[in-house]
Design a protein around this ligand. Structure first.
Ligand SMILES: Nc1ncnc2c1ncn2[C@@H]1O[C@H](COP(=O)(O)OP(=O)(O)O)[C@@H](O)[C@H]1O
Ligand SMILES: [Mg+2]
Length: 231
């Protein structure tokens, strides 16, 4: 089976011109993610975990190395040099990036956020509405919260809304950047259940976790990072 994602010697160096300094955020990172797999990366804060995810999603440009993603729309593509138009398509329809932070417009209801996200996947208004409601229910966002602005939501509710908005597009590849970092234990358990569910539905995932305990028995493969390298 062809890998969904193949990293070969990915290296990212930040140049801080003001400080006349360079930061080697990650060096020579190589690994594969197979379709349907859940791959985990652990490591201390500052070890370079998010940098890897951002290079894959291309919110960071790699300094060197290769990132090949086997896309549904275009076949295997080299992310580091892919034309912008195709990258936008992949971000919109194939790869989702979920972090612990909810980044949404302030004056939009929880439901509207998910409906807007569904516009990329469904043409008909009624389908968008239906898909959004299904996701809100699936991720257990209480119905009395649907018409509320989510800035008052708890950490767990925000995260579930975040995931619902990402999942309504049925992405084939999920990047999870410490989704549980700000959550209490009960909410962490919920996220774990959710990840298990996504996995059983065949979603391929690459997740970063600070917390080793949370990863127990969940990952097919696990890498530990220290100072920009896998150890
Ligand atoms: N945009 C940036 N500019 C400069 N340095 C950065 C930038 N992003 C990350 N870094 C640095 O790269 C290193 C790795 O960061 P990061 O990948 O966010 O680590 P982690 O996610 O493991 O906490 C850190 O030293 C961080 O300060
Ligand atoms: Mg990080």
């Amino acid at each position: 089976m062809a890998a969904l994602l193949t990293l070969d010697k990915l290296t990212k160096t930040f140049h801080l011109y003001e400080a006349e300094q360079t930061i080697e955020a990650c060096q020579n990172i190589s690994f594969e993610v197979q379709p349907g797999e859940f791959v985990g990366i652990t490591g201390k804060s500052g070890s370079g975990k998010s940098t890897i995810l951002k290079c894959i999603y291309r919110t960071n440009l790699a300094s060197s190395g290769s990132i090949v993603y086997d896309s549904a729309a275009f076949g295997p593509v080299e992310i580091t040099t892919l034309e912008e138009r195709k990258m936008l398509h992949i971000r919109r329809y194939e790869i989702a990036y979920i972090s612990q932070f909810l980044s949404v417009l302030p004056r939009q209801s929880a439901k509207q956020i998910v409906v807007d996200s569904a516009k990329d996947a469904y043409e008909e208004k009624s389908e968008q509405e239906e898909a959004a409601i299904e996701m809100l229910k699936h991720f257990e966002i209480a119905e009395h919260l649907w018409n509320v602005f989510p800035n008052t939501f708890s950490g767990g509710e925000k995260l579930r809304l975040n995931i619902a908005a990402a999942m309504v597009k049925h992405p084939r590849f999920l990047l999870l950047d410490e989704p549980t970092a700000s959550l209490d234990n009960a909410s962490k358990v919920k996220v774990r259940e959710l990840i298990e569910k996504l996995k059983s539905e065949g979603t391929t995932m690459l997740g970063i976790f600070h917390d080793l305990e949370f990863m127990e028995g969940l990952c097919d493969k696990e890498f530990n990072m220290q100072k920009g390298s896998f150890v």
